[in-house]
Design a protein around this ligand. Sequence first.
Ligand code: SAH
Ligand code: SF4
Ligand code: F3S
Length: 465
Amino acid sequence: MDRRKFFLLTYGCQMNKLDSELIASRMIQGGFEETDREEEARILLLNTCSIRESAEDRVWGRIGAMKARKMKDPGVVIGILGCMAQEHQQFLRAKMPHIDVVCGTREFGRIDELVKESMETRKGVVATGEGGNGDLVHREVGQRPMRAQAFVNIIRGCNMPCTYCIVPATRGPEVSRPVDAIREEVERLVADGVTEITLLGQTVNAYGHDLERGTDLALLLRELHQLPALRRISFVTSHPSFLTPRLMEAMAALPRVSRYFHLPAQSGSSKVLKAMKRGYTRERYLARIRDLKSLIPDMEFACDFIAGFPGETEEDHRQSLSLIEEVGFSQSFVFKYSPRKGTVSADFLTDDIPEDVKARRNQELLQVQEQVSLAKNKAQVGEVREILVEGPSKRRKDRYTGRTARNRLVHFANEDPSLVGRYVPVEIIEAQAHCLIGELREETRTLQAGEDEWLGMRNREGMGR
Ligand code: SAH
Ligand code: SF4
Ligand code: F3S
């Protein structure tokens, strides 16, 4: 078969971005060639997201534009993959005849075959079962976008009953990958230059409950921590209900496990949490944070909030605002509630919070978070931090960007591309709510792998944080 160029566009979460790396791997192994120029591709693939209506609207718009291209050039193959393919398979099949391949979240392991089948038969191909999840793909480790960083899937799907969420429907039930398969993939990534990994799952800390007894995230972290080349190990996204003492002890015992912890609360009100079926109260959430802080005093936390869930009162909303201040999150991701058809909250509750109220609450949550973030960032001015250099800044050509071990974005003046992928010390000279500005400092000594940025790296004696 002649080599055909494909163009792959990705929407949605980190999981989807990693799936796209696997989709590209599989396509290349199947004899196709990737291009980042849509106009020169004959195969157009969209890996899609259903989490909120706005996410879907972007994709529908894009599908419309691709239809126009297909009208002019009927030989073009259009494939819709991922969560929207899973969710809207009937609609896509019935109403969108210009779409050639519909490939669900557990079928992209054979995407190359599906594309070939559609090219050969010139018929629509729909695969939305469980015929080929990502484990079928031998990952091309060189395919990743960042030199030093990589994401690794450890558990797919979600078993949780959160009443607002479409993910369990689009991704199916939880399936953990065997420890050996994960270790093998991480070892190959490390051999290719990766020093920072992020383990992925929708409920990443539920990892292992379906595997051999005793297999959990704590055990996996201990395994991976033995690889000396790994300087930073993170995992997202954790659910508060599975934050076990065993996991917390492992995190505390393993210094190269990230001290930035994303633990979405979704709301600060126990009443709303109950309606969301999150499985914990505000008090239990706070108790988890306290437990972890008592083991790891300098742990930093990040959060997700949904603004305007059905029945959310002003008092409930104030409780979310106060949770931000009480925990002192370093970052929060805030979303306006979006009813998803087929979920409990969309089908059984009224979407009763007007759009302008949702927007205001969303804005207030962001504002309070900004104040907290700014205060925390200001306390860092004058400190020297080790950052992993990611690349040139998106906004300013004379600046590069890196991240501290606590996931803070640092911009610093630099023209030296050889720093990308390296760990370098920078002195923080300015703080903003969303980033820090730093200046490169001479490396006075080589940092040991995993050496904590808060230890020993203080620039001026006596500068508190
Ligand atoms: N599995 C992760 C992430 C799920 S999706 C977790 O449980 O934390 C990412 C975020 O999108 C969620 O944390 C939630 O804040 C938000 N989200 C999910 N469904 C939503 C909906 N219907 N409307 C608005 N935000 C939603
Ligand atoms: Fe959705 Fe809840 Fe599962 Fe997260 S844990 S993916 S919010 S159902
Ligand atoms: Fe979106 Fe699916 Fe991820 S709905 S957020 S791409 S799991």
